[in-house]
Ligand binder design. Sequence first.
Ligand code: AQP
Length: 333
Amino acid sequence: MAEQQNKKRIFSGIQPSGDIHLGNWLGAIKNWVALQDAYICVYCVVDYHAITIPSQAAELHTRIHNACLDLLACGIDPEKSKLVVQSHVPQHTELAWILACFTSLGDLERMTQFKDKAAQHAQYVSAGLFTYPILQAADIAIYRADAIPVGEDQLQHLELAREIVRRFNNRVGRDILPEAKDIVTKGARVMGLDGASKMSKSKNNYIGITEEKDAIWAKLAPAKTDERRKRKSDPGNPEDCTLWSYHTLFTESEADRDWVRAGCVSAGIGCVECKRCLLENIDRALSPIRERRREYAADPARVEAIIREAAAWCRDEAEITMRDVRAALGVRA
Ligand code: AQP
């Protein structure tokens, strides 16, 4: 119990905006799993973030459930960590409103993710999309998290989250909310199969973590490689090939990596052989995830109980923070 109290806290979240993919796994979730013993961890399916772009109720409902299953399948252990759905803890949005009053428009306008997403959804850009980083700051602060494991794409948001918290603490004259550090890992920015942008749920450029071997091959086979290599007899340039970047993440055997690299630069092997080797290694890495997912999917009552228990713990913790925040502001003390 004392050991538990001395542990630092981690918060991280994922949007139920589509299939969880290799980028989410390598950039964030694998690290979440590795940190479970050393920290008190809250891992959150951030459904209110997902409605910042248009969504359908039935589809979102299914995606929330699937995201929970995927996270458990990846190894989030309910005995060690809290797996919570954001909308089950209303204090997230309460704190978000308060923090909005400590955030400048100029800071929000600088966010590159907002600019990218606003361009993707140009026909209707919601205020929620614009204020997304404020809700994210509240997600972290509400659990008084010390650190956040994320992919590199989130670093700008986290810098802003610290800035917002600093401004809040300065104005109320007390360090009520902690400034959380980021924890970034190898694989922090996994490129999409198109080789043009980061792997994303909302772009059709990903390999899902629960995809079967045939489905993975259907995506790898047509995937772009080094564009300068027009035919098998041309030597390739691994540094310019997205699939080589996947080998560095999935091909654990140095001998296999050397075989692919040497074969590519000498035109000794073609892209198909390189992709077949990659397929085996991705499939091997994902196979235990698929297996665990089947087990959880077969027991919905267990999953429901895990989520409910975590939400109760999280509401209590969030309320502790909110009592201090409200008192510091002079409201509902
Ligand atoms: N390509 C990536 N490489 C490394 N890490 C990534 N993450 C996302 N894409 C990559 C990390 O995954 C965590 C959860 O992300 P999210 O669901 O909150 O939002 P996102 O970053 O916007 O993820 P997507 O897949 O790109 O979703 P959509 O398409 O809906 O916007 C974060 O820690 C993120 O860094």
